[in-house]
Design a protein. Sequence first.
Length: 81
Amino acid sequence: MSSKPAQSDLNFTKEELQDLREAIQAYFLDELDMEIGTLQADLFIEFLQTNVGKQFYNRGVQDTIKALREKTEDLVLLLKE
């Protein structure tokens, strides 16, 4: 069965998309006892990208900003008077 790849601002490689599909298919099978095909996995990837991806991305950026601020504060302590 052929399916269209999930579309979004994220440009996953074919290998990354395949890894995502396989992880989602394994999750559905292991946790929900549901076997889903490639099309269903691609649709789920598209749903995640469209509806929740932004929140995960923004959290990652916020965490990075916090970590960089902490490192910058550490560097200020290294200044010699």
